[in-house]
Design a protein around this ligand. Structure first.
Ligand code: ADP
Ligand code: MG
Length: 346
């Protein structure tokens, strides 16, 4: 999916019909028709008319979690292991499968596991605790405020930017060093429980905030097996055998439900919430668009979300966007708006 790395790669994934849709929409075809082999999707406008869209990948409702991971996330994970930053994001209406695609937990060989756990499994398998350090933070971005899901008392975490390198960091966020893959599952569970508790306290729903998993990878390559010993010898001279340090990060972002943007008020969402979701998703759309047009200016300053992503998309970073849609013909409007968002990157 990554011939031209600067552009955001976009995939569409169709959720299978749920029990309710199987009954209620039994007499109606899905709102979309997929042509996975052509990487195309037809959006049915009515019984006789449809519009066709091209993507980098189109996943039918039978696509496995493994395949979605391999196409959408694995190339990003591999480039993070090679020292580049990367981002995987899921965008779509609430209930279309963003969290299933990214955050679904499960036992080690469970076929249902989502992108987060598969990514960490690959990262832990490829790194070596003697030379490499893998750390994770887990955050929620709600109404332009960043909350720490691993330490819920930490709220309003500022985003720091190195003025020289442009590196983005969150000095106030908990950063936990991973010992193994199992400890990661525990962290995600803690983060999820904290997210539910925090949202209950705020009287909101998780679909109104963005969840961000940040994985930092620090790798140390020895150009010579004993380079550390050589580089710290008596005269302290640096030599060409000094270890090479590579730092990179992976962001996995479960975006707020995109439907709220147009439908404020109708489902109990407050105007304030709708305003902030709109602000960040619009800002994200503008950045994706700028990257697609090879524009020298990517407007990342407009929201906390895009400021957080600043050094993890565009340039040498690789970014994948998976847009999720539901099959119901009743949600055609939402499906169309998700598809159009994805098209901005093409
Ligand atoms: P979102 O995070 O976009 O609101 P969820 O991931 O919570 O949506 O998905 C809504 C429901 O649909 C969940 O019960 C989830 O398990 C189910 N679901 C979503 N995508 C799939 C899929 N590809 N296969 C099977 N079930 C799915
Ligand atoms: Mg969700």
């Amino acid at each position: 999916m990554f011939a031209d790395p600067a552009r955001v790669r976009v995939a569409v994934r169709l959720r299978p019909r749920n029990a309710e849709e199987l009954v209620a929409d039994a007499d109606f075809p899905d709102g979309v028709e997929l042509q996975p082999e052509l990487k195309r999707l037809k959006l049915r406008k009515n019984n006789w008319d449809s519009e066709t869209y091209q993507f980098d990948e189109v996943f039918p409702d039978t696509a496995s979690q493994k395949r979605v991971y391999e196409v959408v996330a694995k190339p990003v994970v591999e480039s993070v292991l090679d020292g580049y930053n990367g981002t995987v994001m899921a965008y779509g209406q609430t209930g279309t499968g963003k969290t299933y695609t990214l955050g679904k937990l499960g036992e080690e060989d469970c076929a249902d596991r989502g992108i987060m756990v598969r990514a960490l499994e690959d990262i832990m398998a490829d790194t070596n605790p003697e030379n490499d350090t893998v750390c994770v933070s887990y955050l929620q971005l709600y109404m332009e405020s960043i909350q720490d899901l691993l330490a819920p008392e930490r709220d309003n975490i500022p985003i720091a930017e190195d003025p020289k390198t442009g590196d983005v960091s969150l000095p106030g966020a908990t950063l936990i060093q991973l010992k193994n893959y199992k400890s990661f599952i525990g962290l995600l569970q803690t983060g999820e429980a904290n997210r539910v508790a925090a949202n209950t306290k705020l009287n909101t729903e998780s679909s109104r905030s963005h969840a961000v998993l940040l994985v930092s990878v620090l790798r140390c390559f020895h150009s010579f097996p004993f380079s550390f010993r050589f580089s710290s010898n008596e005269n302290g001279s640096r030599n060409s055998r000094a270890p090479v340090i590579r730092r990179s990060k992976l962001l996995i972002v479960d975006l707020a439900g995109s439907e709220r943007v147009d439908k404020s008020g109708s489902e109990g969402i407050t105007l304030e919430e709708a305003k902030f979701i709109n602000l960040s998703l619009t800002a994200l759309g503008k950045c994706i668009n700028a990257l697609a047009e090879n524009s020298p200016h990517v407007p990342t300053r407009d929201s906390k979300l895009t400021r957080l992503l600043r050094d993890s998309f565009g340039g040498s970073a690789r970014t994948s966007l998976i847009t999720t849609i539901g099959p119901s013909p009743r949600h055609r409007g939402e499906t169309a708006s998700t598809i159009l968002f994805g098209q901005r990157a093409m």
